[in-house]
Write a protein that binds this ligand. Structure first.
Ligand code: SAM
Length: 265
């Protein structure tokens, strides 16, 4: 058994392949995730199974989602005898989270990390929590509080649905091949009862609000929301978009929606 019958593979840039090789980092990530026997766990992009080999020891229901045609047969050989592992040969961007209370982990391919996170945002009601490796700069953006430069669309949208927690930084030397940037671990825990909002409308409104960060919120939204309407929901029209809280964006969406500024029903 094992994958000795295969020739070494070249890492594929198009799939964002940077494989973890530092055992202490691998163990820290698995510890941060803290998998339990009865959890339903999905790992995005298992690659050569750096994290998987640990996860398989802890949980009875481990699911792997891998897109690479060359890696999938190796994973099948490696985990063939393990009754607790299911391999899904597919694109994670097309994956629908199946159950409630799903836990997700992954050293994400950086080229698709933002669309993947947005896909999980729309499925947050079925997710318990997620631990991901991302580019450090993306983790900083996601976790940034209102008022700082890094706070933007991704911060507002993800903080709306998840409690976002920065964990440790991982240097390029922990991978082969080495990425050009630092990486960081983040934990996203689904909020129990976020305020009700039409997510699509909020996404569109937040996008418009941050279209020109140096402009005021009034100027960014002038085509859809009047100065008076901003004042009515307690927002200073002269404020910059990065000073508005997540709650401000929820209130604004609920009051005026995004389609031509017509009030949400
Ligand atoms: N988990 C491994 C590790 O830590 O060494 C590999 C991480 S590597 C950064 C990203 C992995 O995601 C690769 O195995 C890659 O083939 C896979 N991948 C890339 N795009 C994907 C997609 N759209 N859907 C599923 N897997 C994908």
């Amino acid at each position: 058994m094992g994958d000795k019958q295969y020739k070494p593979l070249k890492a594929k840039k198009k799939f964002g392949q940077n494989f973890l090789q530092d055992q202490s980092v691998i163990e820290r990530i698995v510890n941060a995730f803290n998998p339990q026997k009865t959890d339903t766990v999905y790992e995005i992009g298992p690659g050569h199974a750096a994290l998987t080999e640990h996860l398989v020891e802890y949980t009875d229901d481990l699911n792997l989602i891998e897109i690479d045609n060359d890696l999938v047969p190796r994973l099948q050989v490696k985990f063939d005898m393990k009754g607790n592992v299911t391999i899904h040969h597919k694109d994670a961007l097309e994956w629908t989270v199946p159950d409630s209370n799903t836990r997700i982990i992954g050293n994400l391919p950086y080229n698709i990390s933002t669309p993947l996170l947005i896909s999980f945002l729309y499925q947050a009601d079925k997710i318990k929590d997620m631990v991901f490796m991302l580019q450090k700069e993306v983790v900083k953006r996601i976790c940034a509080p209102a008022g700082v430069k890094a706070y933007g669309r991704l911060s507002v949208m993800l903080q709306y649905a998840f409690d976002c927690e920065e964990l440790f930084i991982v240097p390029p030397e922990a991978f082969y091949p080495r990425p050009k940037v630092d990486s960081q671990i983040i934990r996203l825990t689904t909020r129990e009862s976020p305020a009700k909002v039409d997510l699509k409308a909020m996404e569109s409104l937040v996008k418009q609000s941050f279209a020109q960060r140096r402009k005021t919120i009034k100027n960014n939204l002038k085509k859809i929301i009047t100065e008076q309407q901003l004042i009515e929901v307690g927002i200073d029209p002269k404020a910059r978009p990065e000073t508005l809280s997540v709650a401000d964006y929820v209130n604004l969406t609920n009051a005026y929606g995004s389609a031509g500024g017509s009030p949400a029903k």
